[in-house]
Design a protein. Structure first.
Lengths: 337, 282
């Protein structure tokens, strides 16, 4: 009962935030100085043509109508213009790129698999490696292993991903010549080559992010090990592995999962830098291209999608969080001081 | 303390960039095509390092890399510190307001903080760049954008600390004798927040510097020919197989300054505020 109510309020909250974000995205990208109609019409644009283009793109309507059209397009699709020249953008319509003559959704469809491939592999690697390193470090606090892990971690926190990426390309791609330095092979085309081409981006991203997770896990684990419930578990005579692995880790994972949701969600919205370093055409590269050509419908579509990923990831984190936290389902959450 | 020394070194490098690169008679804009082989790669070992070009020269143009790195430090530190100051100001105001008022104001502000933290920031910054007129100075735009997205971590920590302070006996006592909220805020609360704010601001700078470099790396930071570490690293991609030393100078500079600030921030936190476990700016 309580879990149903929790899920329902969270879903309602998520929909509210999604609406807010879509409104913000719309306002930022449709109402600020850049004029999509002018961008579409080109430099040598006659005033009459501009009006036509504006009407065709639906920009001649009042602001609130434009937003409703934009929102309606997502659910029911929309049609630009009328008659023989009309362009139909089927639901869910995130906009139409008049520069690339295709729907924003199809552009996203082409690029999202690339970004998702990068993000999923890297996320699994960094979560496992980061948490493991953090736990080991906490258990060996102050010893050589702890110091070594934390030294590597602060390097990972400080080194920008593109720098690590370029060094990795230099070492494994050019000097040792054992891994491909760029390019993307679709999964359905050749799974082996897909993974082979992704090893470097995965490892580079994982190295950068694992460092943050290792530091967080270590400090959380050190806090947890000093808590009463850990002492109780030990006093009950539980094995150390069970004390650390079950009782302490469960609490350590709560903040780790919170940040993981944010990180993974925002990475899905475009691994901008990694894509550039490894010359992969994902969502981030699509966005950069759109910024360079002022393709506003693509920019707003990708941005909105990126925000949606983060919001949905946050929602999932909230759900996992409740499942992980043994206190949550029994007592209401208390906010103390 | 090594961290602090490195930070001071880079601050001096930025402040005296014209004088320091002037020692060898260089500036970051002059081409030295005579130092390049036909392919555009610098002559000589280690990317053309010589007595007059301490870090070698840039491939293709032959511009002095030491001057580029020194002038690039100006942009990096300006944006890094500027954005952090802005983020700290916004974060402190909102954090104190939320923590001190409590109730509905607190709930709304906290939700707003969560929402801002949840935004895919780099994506939004990139998207916003497309809307800025080319004539507007990019360094100030970056300060504004990075600052506007950077405040939530400050606000969260400040809010938490304010809530704790609000119930401490000396604050309760001040209120009981009739001190106005303004008086309580400025003489009781803010002085006690100072060390926390200093720590979190210091820890935010490397993140802001990294974001500036990332935007420049993506080609949407300060426009050329203004030197910028991120853009140099980005140009180094094309040369990494034939002139890897070109990557070394701007890459090491960015890495060292970030590492030093992180180490300095960690040290400062341990010294001033051992209990603080705020989320790091990344």
């Amino acid at each position: 009962m309580r879990i149903t109510r929790f899920l329902l309020t969270r879903i309602a909250g998520m929909i509210g935030v999604l609406l807010l974000v879509s409104l913000a995205t719309f306002l930022i990208f449709y109402l600020l100085p850049a004029d999509p109609a002018r961008a579409e019409c080109g430099k040598l644009c006659l005033p009459g043509e501009l009006t036509q283009v504006r009407a065709f793109m639906g920009l001649n309507e009042p602001v609130w109508r434009q937003y409703l059209n934009f929102l309606g397009g997502i659910f029911t699709g929309r049609t630009y213009g009328a008659g023989a020249n009309a362009i139909v953008c089927a639901a869910p319509c995130l906009g139409y790129s008049f520069q690339q003559n295709t729907t924003v959704l199809s552009l996203i469809g082409q690029t999202l698999p690339v970004t998702a491939s990068i993000a999923v592999g890297a996320a699994v690697l960094w979560l496992v490696a980061g948490v493991l390193a953090g736990v080991v470090s906490a258990l060996r606090r102050g010893r050589a292993l702890d110091r070594a892990v934390m030294a590597v971690a602060i390097v990972g926190v400080s080194a920008p991903s593109y720098l690590v990426g370029l060094l990795a390309i230099l070492l494994f791609g050019f000097k040792l010549n054992i891994l491909p330095d760029s390019g993307y092979v679709p999964l359905q085309q050749n799974p082996g080559q897909w993974a082979f081409h992704l090893i470097l981006p995965w490892c580079v991203l994982a190295f950068i992010s694992a460092a943050i997770y290792a530091r967080l896990t270590r400090s959380q684990m050190l806090d947890a090990l000093g808590e009463d419930y850990v002492r109780t578990a030990r006093a009950k005579g539980l094995r150390e592995a069970s004390v650390v692995g079950k009782h302490a880790l469960r609490n350590v994972m709560i903040p780790v999962i919170t940040i993981f949701g944010l990180d993974f969600g925002s990475l899905l919205g475009g691994a901008v830098i990694t894509e550039k370093v490894f010359s992969m055409y994902g969502l981030g590269a699509l966005l950069i291209g759109a910024v360079e050509s002022t393709d506003l419908s693509v920019i707003s579509g990708v941005t909105l999608l990126a925000a949606v990923f983060v919001i949905v990831a946050n929602f999932l984190v909230d759900v996992v969080y409740k499942l992980l936290d043994p206190r949550v389902l029994r007592t209401p959450v208390m906010h103390i001081g | 303390m090594t961290g602090a020394a490195v930070v001071v070194f880079f601050a001096l490098l930025a402040a005296f960039a014209p004088q320091l690169s002037g020692i060898t008679g260089n500036d970051p804009y002059t081409y030295h095509l005579n130092l390049l082989a036909g392919s555009g790669v610098p002559n000589g070992a280690f990317g053309g390092i010589s007595a007059s070009h301490w870090l070698g020269v840039e491939p293709q143009t032959g511009r002095d890399l030491f001057a580029i790195v020194a002038y690039g430090a100006q942009i990096s530190l300006l944006v890094g510190v500027g954005a952090t100051v802005l983020a700290t100001l916004i974060g402190t105001v909102l954090g104190v307001t939320a923590g001190y008022s409590g109730g509905l104001v607190d709930t709304l502000l906290s939700r707003f903080t969560d929402l801002t933290i949840a935004f895919p920031q780099l994506i939004f910054m990139i998207a916003l760049v497309s809307l800025v007129p080319a004539s507007f100075p990019k360094q100030y735009f970056m300060i504004a954008v990075i600052g506007v997205f950077g405040w939530p971590s400050v606000a969260r920590v400040v809010r938490g600390q304010t809530k704790v302070l609000r119930n401490r006996s000396f604050v309760v006592a001040a209120r009981a004798v009739g001190a106005s909220p303004v008086h309580v805020l400025f003489t009781e609360i803010l002085p006690n927040l100072a060390s926390t704010i200093t720590v979190i601001a210091t820890m935010s700078i490397p993140g802001a510097i990294g974001t500036e470099a990332a935007l420049s790396f993506l080609g949407i930071g300060v426009p050329p020919p203004t030197p910028s570490w991120g853009r140099e690293i980005s140009s180094a991609i094309a040369w990494v197989s034939v002139d890897p030393w070109y990557l070394a100078a701007p890459g090491l500079a960015l890495f060292l300054v970030t590492l030093a600030l992180n180490a300095f921030g960690d040290g400062l936190r341990d010294a001033l505020d051992p209990r603080m476990t705020g989320r790091r700016q990344r």
